[in-house]
Design a protein around this ligand. Structure first.
Ligand SMILES: Cc1cc2nc3c(=O)[nH]c(=O)nc-3n(C[C@H](O)[C@H](O)[C@H](O)COP(=O)(O)OP(=O)(O)OC[C@H]3O[C@@H](n4cnc5c(N)ncnc54)[C@H](O)[C@@H]3O)c2cc1C
Length: 402
């Protein structure tokens, strides 16, 4: 999702770009364009608008006009409302597979991008004047050379390891079970986040009055939950969520994802850079992983565009050793704060709401009340979740890169 988005975002700059993807989009095993539903933030919406893609994305997406947050076993709840924030929607939900169709059909019509798929990067070499990648595919091995190599190969990034950057990983002891079901009452574009003793349960509005769910369950219980037949599964998820949306029925196929927090100490190496999940892996509780990765895309596009403008003015190679060094330094400085903030925010949310210690439970109830009553807190929170806080690159502000 992130690598394809970067290639499309860079395409107006007149560069020659190669995308290497190991698994074809229509393959059942495609790990990115799968059956999950992703909540797109406002800054991601603006990016797709600036890239001329939003019309196709929104045609397949469902708006979120309010988010209802509750804590199982407690009366308190909180909510964020689009109208109150002065926006038409807080975000939009899209199925990854459908987003994949939109992005890849645009990629197929973008002349400046060569798409190598299925092909896997097996080795890289990073030097002062160029980087190279060795690909293996059905037709054998080949080597590509480039001025800048971008690793967007996900949380278990092999390219990151090849760049000599290791990730610190921390398992949450939880797995996310995803799928969709039919609630008795219409969601009316409302999203729900319910914190339960096992972990958070998100219910998202999707097409045909159905609801996408992301249900966090304890690692030791995940195989049992996944193995439940439809009726038993519906009974258990209903018990966790309650009856706010009436009776749940007609649950679809379920899939399971291990949940790991992953952080890196560096975002760049010689002529190479990390973006998306290769740079940061978050718990899905805050629905921010893809959106954060899109802000990496936007910042990297700005850095590359400015670097090539500067090079043109001086009549020199914009991606010379010095030019690329400045570009990488600027990107790393720019992205560090946003990534760090969101990693902490998401991790703290999991720990705060995952704890059953009495003091912490009281604290989070006070937190929820404060969140609703203290002026400005809700707006600030909404601004962060919409991706509109901080120093925003052009695309995140909806400004085309060219
Ligand atoms: C249950 C769940 C729900 C989520 N919900 C949301 C949400 O609502 N909102 C949100 O913003 N985020 C959400 N996320 C996070 C989001 O899905 C990820 O942040 C996003 O998929 C990361 O995209 P990526 O392209 O960086 O990595 P990936 O999606 O992992 O893609 C990596 C790609 O690299 C390819 N690849 C791997 N190795 C190689 C190689 N050696 N050579 C070539 N290709 C290779 C893979 O085949 C894959 O296609 C959720 C995550 C989960 C688990």
């Amino acid at each position: 999702m992130i690598g394809t988005s970067l290639a499309l975002a860079l395409s107006p700059l007149g560069l020659r770009i190669a995308v290497v993807e190991a698994i074809a989009r229509k393959d059942d095993q495609q790990p990115s364009f799968d059956d999950r539903s992703t909540a797109l933030s406002r800054s991601t919406q603006r990016m797709f608008e600036a890239m001329g893609l939003w019309g196709d994305v929104v045609a397949a997406a469902t708006p979120i006009t309010s988010i209802h947050v509750s804590d199982k076993g407690r009366f308190g709840f909180s909510h964020i409302d689009a109208e109150e924030q002065g926006v038409e929607a807080l975000g939009y939900v899209v199925i990854n597979r459908v987003l994949g169709q939109v992005l890849q059909s645009r990629l197929a019509n973008t002349e400046s991008v060569d798409f190598y798929c299925p092909a896997r990067i097996e080795a890289i070499e990073l030097g002062p004047t160029q980087a190279s990648a060795t690909l293996s595919s059905n037709s054998g091995e080949q080597t590509l050379t480039c001025k800048l190599l971008v690793a967007a190969d996900g949380a278990n990034s092999a390219v990151r390891e090849m760049m000599g950057i290791s990730a610190q990983k921390q398992e949450y002891g939880q797995r996310a079970v995803i799928g969709n079901l039919l609630p008795e009452k219409n969601l009316d574009d409302r999203a729900f986040e319910r914190f339960t003793a096992q972990g958070p349960l998100a219910i998202l509005p999707i097409a045909d009055n159905r609801a996408g769910f992301v249900w966090t369950v304890a690692e030791h219980d995940a195989d049992r939950v996944i193995g439940l037949d439809d009726d038993d599964f519906l009974a258990e998820i209903q018990e966790q969520f309650g009856h706010r949306l009436g009776k749940f029925s007609r649950v679809g196929a379920r899939a399971c994802y291990p949940l790991v927090l992953s952080k890196v100490l560096r975002l760049t190496a010689t002529r190479s850079v990390l973006i998306g999940n290769a740079a940061h892996g978050l718990h899905p509780v805050s629905a921010q992983g893809f959106n954060l990765g899109m802000r990496d895309v936007a910042a990297l596009c700005d850095c590359i565009a400015d670097c090539s403008d500067k090079g043109c003015e001086k009549g020199s190679d914009p991606l010379s050793e010095i030019g690329i060094g400045e570009l990488l330094e600027r990107y790393a400085r720019w992205r560090k704060a946003d990534q760090k903030k969101l990693v902490h925010f998401t991790d703290n949310l999991v720990r705060l709401f995952g704890s059953s210690r009495p003091g912490i439970r009281t604290l989070r109830n006070i937190g929820m009340i404060g969140f609703d009553l203290i002026p400005g807190v809700r707006s600030l929170f909404a601004k962060h979740t919409m991706g509109l806080a901080g120093d925003l690159p052009r695309l995140s502000r909806g400004v085309p890169i060219r």
